[in-house]
Design a protein around this ligand. Structure first.
Ligand code: OFO
Length: 166
């Protein structure tokens, strides 16, 4: 496969692995702070990012390229509060969207239309993830640190979290 595209896809594998680890750290923090609904949401989100990584690995290898499994960097252990967790999640997703857009652009420059087509799934996924993060953050801003509100918010997340799409 085109080596520039392969390198860019391998870079994206690293981003998806880091995302999975980042959300795993958020899940663990939430679990340790009595926020079981948030923990469930983040564990599932972490699984989803791992699935995004696997999908890239398989795509590269199936096309005769060489996927590289990256080392993972240590994510934070502590977060200030729930609003800060979801603010970081949204900021992270916005950065990932920029990376996906850049990747799509490389495919166009290299005239690799099948990888371009494959990446459209990621383009839609990023739109959904950003929208979800914004909706959750809007709710947290309404609650504004109110303890009863946080209890109900966390319970709602517990009821709404669903396993990743595969
Ligand atoms: Fe992989 O979708 Fe979020 O980062």
């Amino acid at each position: 496969m085109n080596l520039r595209v392969q390198q860019a896809l391998n870079d994206q594998i690293e981003k998806e692995a880091s995302s999975s680890h980042y959300y795993l750290a958020m899940a663990s923090w939430a679990e340790n702070n009595g926020l079981n609904g948030t923990a469930k949401f983040m564990y599932l989100h972490s699984d989803e990012e791992r699935f995004h990584m696997l999908k890239l690995i398989k795509f590269i290898n199936e096309r005769g390229g060489e996927a590289i499994v990256p080392p993972v960097t240590k994510p934070p252990v502590q977060f200030d509060n729930l609003e800060s967790v979801f603010t970081k999640l949204l900021e992270h997703e916005i950065r990932v969207t920029e990376c996906i857009n850049n990747l799509v652009n490389i495919c166009l420059e290299e005239k690799d239309y099948s990888t371009h087509n494959f990446l459209q799934w990621y383009v839609s996924e990023q739109l959904e993830e950003e929208a979800l993060a914004r909706t959750i953050l809007d709710k947290l801003k309404l609650i504004s640190g109110d303890k009863a509100g946080i209890y109900l918010f966390d319970r709602d997340l517990d009821n709404s979290a669903t396993p990743p799409k595969v």
